[in-house]
Every structure is written in structure tokens, then in C-alpha cells.
Design a protein. Sequence first.
Length: 254
Amino acid sequence: MRICERLAPPGLAADGDNVGLVIGDPAARCSGVVTALDLTEGAVAAAVAARANLIVVHHPPIYYPLKRIDLSTPQGRLIAAVLRHGIAVYAMHTNLDFAPKGLNDHVARLVGLKNVRPAAGPGKTVYRIGALGKGMTAAAFARQVKKALNISSARLYGGGKKTVKCVAVCTGSGADLLADAQARGADLLLTGEVRHHNAMECAGRGMWMIDGGHLGTERPMAALVAAHIKKMMAKSGKRTRITSLYIEEPFRDY
């Protein structure tokens, strides 16, 4: 857990976010780690197969207070499964999003931005702004994002400058940052979960926005965290198996 906290200190999380050890024994010796965006049956199966007793996820499997653990529900079955197999679950959520070398920073660099810098948004939100060098059209950048993130689509909204040079990045769901990003000089905002009113606001502001999906913009989390844990383990001389789990998009386009 200390290794995870070095990358994303819990104190960086948004107020009320349930980060840290969500399920399990903090005193247990780690036999292996699986990193995944969500706690799923596949993540549990991967941990069991690898004999790993820790799953590090992005989305906390318990966010709101539980009144009961009902095994007839998907959440109840997952909680029961990890407890049955002696697997702990650790969540790195908004603290990882906002961290100096966290998810927003990582994705900004993945899609080709240079001179990436933090931008403090509303509340404790910290997204990223970076440059595209000589710039490119919004459509060309959308295609670049699609390839870099290995996603099925990158939806382009709005209508701004012909050449995009300054880009803001907020993984997951950050369309409400449009005004803040524009005030900081961004020509385009890359995020996920763009709604109709967000798209209309974007057009009205004369700005561009790319929706790479909630999963699509956050999926690099598993590889990012796995690489960090492997690096820290190697420095300490520990040999622990680390598995990064790739999750397919839950939606299909026809």
C-alpha cells in the first residue's frame, strides 16, 4: 500500500472519495498484485490464477455506505469472492487522477502533448494542459487520440480554431471543465462522458471537445500502476508478480 501511496497520496483525492484499502487485511503479506480499472469477476479470476492476494483498482468497489452485503447482487458476489479467496482490494481513484505523475498526466503524454502542466480546476480537481507543437486540425487530433488510447471511437464536438495547439485533458468525466480550460488558453478538451448540454456549450464557446469515453480515457490506469509497482519492487529487491488486466469496452457500436 505504501508503494501505491507514493504514486498517488490519498490526501490528493476529492472530498468523499473512498480511496485506499477498501477490502482486506492491511497486515497481510503481499503475494502478488493485479491492477485493473474495476473490480470484476475477470479481475478476481486473474488474481486467483496468479495467486495474487491484492487487486489495485481505479474505481472503488464500495463507494457509498453499505447497509447489507447481498450475494444476489453483483456487488455482493464480488465482495464475497475476494473475501473467500483472501484477496484485498485497494482503490486509487481521484488521487491517481490528480497526482503529479498520475493518470491525467500519463494520458496527456500518451496522446502526444508536450510541456504538460497541471491546472487546478474547481474543488480539488487537477487536470492537465499541454501543447501540440505546430498544431493540427481537431479531426486529425481525434484520430491520433483514437489510435493512442486504442479506443473504438473518439467523438469530436464543437467548432473552434482551424489549428489546435493547446489541449486540456481530464480523464473519466470532465466536460464541466470547459470554461476553466478555455480561460487557460485551451483550444480543445479531451475527456469522457460528454452529455448533450456539454456539446452545446462547447459549440457556443467556439471550442473543440473530444469524448474518448470514461473507460477509454481511464483504461491506461492499469498499465501505469503496474509499471510503478514493478519499478518500486525492483528497487527494494522484492520479487512479486504484477499483472495488468486489460478491460474491453462495455459498449458496442453497430
